[in-house]
Design a protein around this ligand. Structure first.
Ligand SMILES: Cc1cc2nc3c(=O)[nH]c(=O)nc-3n(C[C@H](O)[C@H](O)[C@H](O)COP(=O)(O)OP(=O)(O)OC[C@H]3O[C@@H](n4cnc5c(N)ncnc54)[C@H](O)[C@@H]3O)c2cc1C
Length: 432
């Protein structure tokens, strides 16, 4: 590996533990290491990672940072979907309503598991220890040395603990001082990912979208389907988002009811309908919301910090969950480098204030797109032309952002505000 790591401004460097070796935890490890901090370990509760999930997007905003931190982003781009454009189609007949560059949505779409493998490899290349089978069961927010306890009973201390422990974060309870239950977004996804059989490939009623790399969306009233291929057409993914006000068991693994799927796609464009209807099994993925959190930082030591889905999960229509986790990693690493060892709390509180408004913009992109898609064809006659702009994905403006530069540019203003709040003895909650 050939890149220059920055020198730590601290002597000795800050010792940091990361909880969760998902894409967010890996990005945090790489960013913090690049900025000269000492990443003691990345802990994950699972014993080994499987190829879980399906399609995930990574945008230019993330690639820019990863490349700066010495990662060969071509490794990801090469395995991402290479389709030049994506098509947004009418639910009933597949008529193309808008076509736009794939890069307008998420940059490269690839399999979450494949991208995760590469992130893990980048962490290991830096000799950062990833400890698997290490479930964190509790945190202690002692100042100035917070700690965590593993299921084995082992206690670990650090200068900073980064909790990238996902949507069901344990650390979030400590940070908020209470449990927060998921709230239904009112929607759920059925999703399936599989290698098409030879029989399917030969069947004209099911093979219309099997050739090469492609990305398509079918939009209708309160419903949409995302379909894409991966690995040059050898793998096939569909995701059906629909209204769902039922209970919210929040799970990545809940089996879906294919009869319900068949009912929902009964009037979908026949060119994709049969491919979906004949799918053997799918997952039922409730899209759970959490209201924007009032804080991402622990109340006593201010040294246990949330990052990624633990504090800023996105809707799938944002296509920015992993990219924003990467941005947060860069901002946190910069903030920690701008303070002395005794001032970590200024850095962590500045980090949440810097990141919150940006995250809300990115989250709102997903809500806006879903709402535009689900409403565009309501009460519209079949033969009426739709303005393509109404249904286009508008993520591109998000990509120019550089979260490290932003942290530096706004540091004086934001850190002064944090200092004033500490002086007054009251940290203002994050709010829109
Ligand atoms: C199984 C799964 C499938 C997904 N599928 C998709 C998908 O298809 N498309 C998509 O866009 N996004 C998907 N996502 C979400 C996407 O990965 C995230 O939005 C994004 O990568 C940011 O993730 P994160 O690292 O913040 O959280 P996560 O990816 O959820 O990672 C959190 C990590 O923390 C670990 N962890 C949790 N609690 C503890 C604990 N107490 N102790 C130690 N370790 C702990 C978990 O094992 C996990 O590895 C999926 C996530 C998961 C977990």
């Amino acid at each position: 590996m050939d890149y220059s790591r920055l020198k730590s401004p601290h002597n000795p460097p800050l010792r940091i533990i990361i909880v969760g070796a998902g894409l967010g935890g890996c990005a945090a490890a790489i960013a913090l290491h690049h900025h000269g901090h000492e990443v003691v370990a990345v802990l994950d509760k699972v014993r080994s990672f499987q190829r879980l999930g399906d399609s995930l997007g990574l945008g230019e905003n993330a690639f820019k940072l990863l490349a700066r931190w010495g990662c060969n982003v071509k490794e990801i781009q090469e395995i991402g979907n290479q389709a030049p454009t994506m098509k947004i189609r009418r639910w009933r007949d597949g008529k193309v309503l808008a076509e736009q560059p794939l890069m307008d949505m998420a940059g490269y779409i690839g399999h979450r598991g494949d991208y995760h493998d590469i992130f893990l490899k980048w962490v290991r290349e830096r000799n950062i220890l990833i400890r698997m089978g290490c479930e964190v069961t509790s945190f202690d927010d002692s100042d100035p040395t917070p700690s965590l306890t593993l299921a084995s009973g082992e206690v670990m201390t650090a200068d900073v603990i980064v909790a990238a422990d996902g949507i069901k974060s344990l650390a979030r309870h400590l940070v908020l001082g209470a449990r927060d239950d998921p709230v239904s977004s009112g929607y759920a996804c059925f999703r399936a990912y599989f290698e098409p059989s030879e029989e399917m490939k030969a069947d004209p009623s099911r093979n219309a979208f099997l050739g090469g790399d492609n990305v398509n969306f079918w939009i209708g009233p309160d419903v949409h389907v995302v379909q894409n291929t991966l690995r040059g057409g050898r793998e096939f993914n569909w995701i059906l988002t629909h209204k769902d006000d039922g209970d919210v068991p929040e799970s990545w693994f809940q089996p879906g009811d294919m009869d319900e799927v068949r009912r929902l796609v009964a009037d979908l464009d026949p060119n994709i309908r049969e491919a979906i209807k004949s799918t053997e099994k799918c997952l039922d993925w409730k899209i759970c919301y959490r209201k924007p959190l009032p804080t991402w930082v622990s109340p006593q030591s201010h040294r246990i910090v949330l990052l990624g889905d633990s504090c800023h999960a996105h809707l799938p229509t944002s296509a920015q969950g992993a990219s924003q986790a990467t941005e947060s990693a860069g901002a946190l690493a910069v903030c920690l480098s701008l303070v002395g060892r005794e001032e970590v709390k200024i850095a962590t509180r500045a980090y949440e204030k810097l990141r919150f408004p940006r995250i809300r913009v990115s989250q709102r992109h997903g809500e806006d797109l879903r709402d535009r898609w689900h409403n565009a064809l309501k009460n519209v006659e079949e033969d009426v032309e739709i303005d393509p702009e109404v249904v286009k994905i508008k993520n591109r403006p998000l990509y120019a952002f550089d979260s490290e530069q932003d942290a530096r540019d706004r540091w004086d203003e934001v850190s002064s505000r944090v200092r004033a709040e500490f002086a007054e003895g009251k940290i203002e909650p994050l709010r829109d």
